[in-house]
Design a protein around this ligand. Structure first.
Ligand SMILES: NC(=O)c1ccc[n+]([C@@H]2O[C@H](COP(=O)([O-])OP(=O)(O)OC[C@H]3O[C@@H](n4cnc5c(N)ncnc54)[C@H](O)[C@@H]3O)[C@@H](O)[C@H]2O)c1
Length: 447
């Protein structure tokens, strides 16, 4: 019986938003213009949406407004042209919220190990939006978070505005799945999942995301979509831990783990390639599974796989340090006086991101033992992580030949590993980056 007025209001609010989404006259707000937010803003502006960014870092906001790019996945010219055409603008405050039809949150959701998730960015931004919320707006959370955030944290804050979710405004969670640096899978051709707090929100979210994304998978709730994202990263963390454990075992068995895995992955079904390394890094794999672990603890449920994977992956930097010691000892060199070149410090291949990079811990451990470490990374000119404050050194033959050990920690594509092996006294390769190197194999030790 109460359906009639609700339907009417639904028609009014959705009826204004949907045509604006369809004809791209809707104004899209993007809060947080980082690795996720800036490429997202460019993607939407490219198809004709006017984008208003909110970025609390004034330097970043100014850069955007000058058309200057600072994110690798964004094309410099595209950003410059879109800004010049007035399609993208960035503010440091939230006054533009009233103008926005769609508001997408791409703010950080950091986590300190063993501590509860840090949701203050999401919470703070939601409060700012609530103060300015008007009927007909769609709010979407893209940040990775624990299941329940959209409904339990954001929804009550937004409803403090006096507006009702799914009737007056729409609220969805659609986790970003971007893989920075991946040329094959971009935002457009990576299927996106979508969960909402109600059917109208789902409809609004679907209308918005299908404008730029080929496949959108709707789920029954925002909570389910939140779990999808953390499960995906947990899947990676667990599988990486499995191959890392195999690497530790192969070391004891005097077997080449890379040979074993490559052979295993020739099976065309029932197996999927994952590779060992010096540990896990970045904003996702070391952190996101622990969101789920934390949430599960509150339900008196232990997520054993997550805990075990975290334990194994965290062991890897120490294992690399120990293996470096062994190699140096075999060469008759004291680890406490060794000169070591760390080659690559980003957490993964061809990335400039050194956040949570295992290279940081490996370098700190070796430094603590007395070794003198320099590094080269073509994508990371300065390393300011953990206790480190280092600058990348030019990769010259003098540098390589002057070191007791070259320790490959990231397998960036542009490095000529054959050239490195030909100038190095010895190489410890934690990524199998030297796979194609034929000569001087006797100078190379694999993880
Ligand atoms: N980087 C990735 O590969 C990736 C992939 C998928 C999902 N995610 C998730 O997406 C979210 C964002 O990650 P990111 O890597 O883009 O982070 P980032 O640190 O690169 O960018 C976040 C941006 O938000 C800005 N910001 C912080 N607080 C703000 C506020 N109150 N108002 C406006 N701007 C604010 C920061 O200054 C920064 O520029 C996280 O939840 C992350 O887990 C990241």
């Amino acid at each position: 019986m109460s359906e009639a007025p609700r339907d009417k209001e639904r028609v009014t609010a959705l009826g204004t938003l949907l045509p604006r989404i369809d004809d791209h006259s809707a104004v899209v707000g993007v809060v947080g213009l980082g690795y996720v937010g800036l490429p997202f803003a460019v993607e939407k502006a490219k198809v004709g949406f006017r984008v208003l960014g909110v970025e609390q870092n004034p330097e970043r906001a100014a850069k955007v407004n000058h058309g200057e790019n600072y994110i690798r996945d964004v094309n410099d010219n595209e950003l410059r042209e879109l800004v010049a055409k007035g399609m993208i603008r960035a503010d440091t405050g939230f006054d533009g919220v009233a103008e926005m039809d769609v508001i997408v949150l791409c703010v950080p959701t950091p986590l300190t190990r063993n501590l509860p998730p840090e949701l203050s960015y999401v919470e703070g931004v939601t409060e700012e939006i609530a103060k300015r919320l008007r009927p007909g707006q769609l709010v979407s959370l893209e940040s990775t978070t624990y299941p329940g955030t959209t409904e339990e944290l954001m929804l009550p804050i937004l409803e403090r505005s006096g507006l009702e979710a799914d009737r007056d405004f729409y609220l969805v969670h659609s986790p970003e799945r971007v893989d920075p640096g991946n040329k094959r899978y971009t935002t457009k051709n990576t299927t996106k999942v979508l969960g909402a707090v109600g059917p109208n929100s789902l409809e609004a979210g679907r209308a918005f995301y299908t404008q730029t994304i080929e496949q959108v998978v709707p789920l029954s709730s925002a909570k389910a979509a939140e779990l999808v994202k953390v499960f995906e990263n947990t899947f990676r963390a667990v599988n990486i831990a499995l191959v890392n454990e195999l690497a530790l075992l192969c070391d004891r068995m005097d077997l080449n783990v890379w040979e074993v895995l490559e052979a295993a992955f020739t099976k065309p079904f029932g197996i999927m390639p994952f590779w060992p390394g010096p540990g896990v890094g970045g904003h996702c794999i070391p952190l996101d599974p622990h969101y789920l672990e934390w949430k599960a603890k509150g339900l008196n449920f232990n997520t054993h796989f997550i805990a075990l994977a975290g334990e194994i992956n965290r062991k890897m930097p120490e294992f690399v340090r120990d293996k470096a010691h062994r190699v140096l000892n075999e060469l008759g060199l004291a680890p406490s006086r060794a000169k070591i070149l760390a080659l690559g410090v980003a957490y993964k291949k061809d990335s400039e991101d050194a956040r949570e990079s295992p290279a940081v811990e490996v370098i700190e451990l070796l430094q603590r033992d007395g070794a003198e470490i320099v590094y080269h990374d073509p994508h990371v000119s300065a390393l300011r992580e953990g206790n480190l404050a280092m600058e990348s050194q030019p990769l010259t033959s003098e540098l390589v030949s002057s070191q007791d050990l070259v320790l490959i920690l990231t397998d960036h594509s542009e490095i000529d590993y054959g050239w490195v092996a030909s100038h190095a006294k010895h190489v410890l390769d934690t990524r199998n980056a030297t796979k194609g190197v034929q000569e001087h194999r006797e100078r190379i030790t694999l993880l």
